[in-house]
Design a protein around this ligand. Structure first.
Ligand code: SAM
Length: 297
């Protein structure tokens, strides 16, 4: 499949339009209600736009405390859903062979696991706390959203977990990795945010940085994940934004052939690649989140 021919996934999650940052300084910027609502209306999401207009605001600018409550509320709910689905455990098991491969190829020394789009850092905090990959593994979480990074840092301190969290863009984080030979880059739920238009570029940065390996987990789209996701969001999520964005993310996610085409276009033959979709006729909730894995040859 030619990635350039892939349809643009133009529907937006509500949280996508509620966080604005200066691209140069990274500083958080105020969100104008009319701008945020217009972005959603432009992609045909009138209900999402009305939700934004209902949030507390002053002089046409959304109230920052109210936005913080929305972001944290949604991400705490997402973390509870991830705990229920044992996402950190599944990610840890999925990346264990990649960490072993780095150790085998590079010899003794630290291995760096960097989680891009880490949110409040549940996956990294769980792995660091369980010391699941043995000694000498350094866990770092990166996210665009400074509020979530503050929460991740606070939670890691409370839990006495040795993990570091930094504000940053996934594209820049990949390009500036300090020890690429000893680094495994991971993510969960990021790829559908990157979007089809920029995925090839995202993967090409992996190759340019010389990264040892990567594993990006995202929803496997299909009948069962859409149905199962809808049921899970109705049963377990209370925040309207969690339900809206969660269900939309199931529709924005790309299937394995599309992900593999973007990855291959980005990394060429320098990496072996694997990504398997779950058969559409079987309910397999434990495989609803599956990775695209790349290992430098
Ligand atoms: C669906 S959430 C997943 C959060 C977390 N990985 C989890 O599984 O709970 C997607 C996260 O990606 C972050 N994000 C989106 N685009 C990003 C980018 N270009 N660089 C860094 N983070 C990004 C968002 O701020 C958000 O926290």
């Amino acid at each position: 499949m030619n990635p350039a021919a892939a349809p643009s996934l133009d529907r937006l999650e509500i949280l996508d339009v509620l966080w604005r940052r200066d691209p140069t300084t990274g500083t958080r910027e105020p969100v104008h209600t009319a701008d945020a609502a217009a972005r959603l209306r432009a992609s045909g999401q009138a209900r999402g736009a009305r939700f934004i207009e209902s949030l507390p605001q002053t002089g046409g600018v959304l109230d920052q405390d109210a936005l913080d409550r929305v972001f944290l509320g949604v991400h705490y709910e997402l973390a509870r859903l991830s705990e229920y689905l044992q996402v950190p455990q599944r990610m840890a098991a999925g990346i264990a062979p990649l960490i072993a491969a780095v150790r085998e190829r590079e010899g003794p020394g630290p291995v760096h696991v960097i989680d891009v789009g880490c949110g409040i850092g549940l996956d990294v905090r769980w792995m660091a706390s369980a010391k699941i990959h043995g000694p000498d593994v350094e866990y770092v979480g990166v996210d665009l959203n400074g509020l979530l990074i503050e929460a991740a840092t606070r939670l890691a301190a409370i839990e006495l977990v040795s993990a570091t969290f930094v504000v940053g863009d996934a594209f820049e984080a990949v390009a500036t990795i300090a020890h690429p030979d000893r680094t495994v880059l991971i993510s969960q739920g990021l790829l559908h945010h990157v979007g089809a238009d920029r995925l090839t570029e995202f993967f090409s940065r992996h190759h340019e940085s010389g990264l040892a390996a990567f594993a990006h987990f995202d929803v496997n789209p299909g009948f069962w994940s859409t149905l199962g996701g809808w049921v899970l969001h109705r049963v377990r999520m209370r925040e309207p934004v969690s339900r809206h964005d969660g269900n939309l993310s199931l529709r924005r996610a790309l299937d394995a052939p599309a992900l593999l085409a973007h990855a291959r276009a980005g990394v060429g033959d320098f990496y072996s690649l694997e990504c398997a979709d779950v058969a559409a006729w079987l309910p397999a909730p434990h495989r609803a989140l599956r990775p695209i894995v790349g290992v430098r040859r």
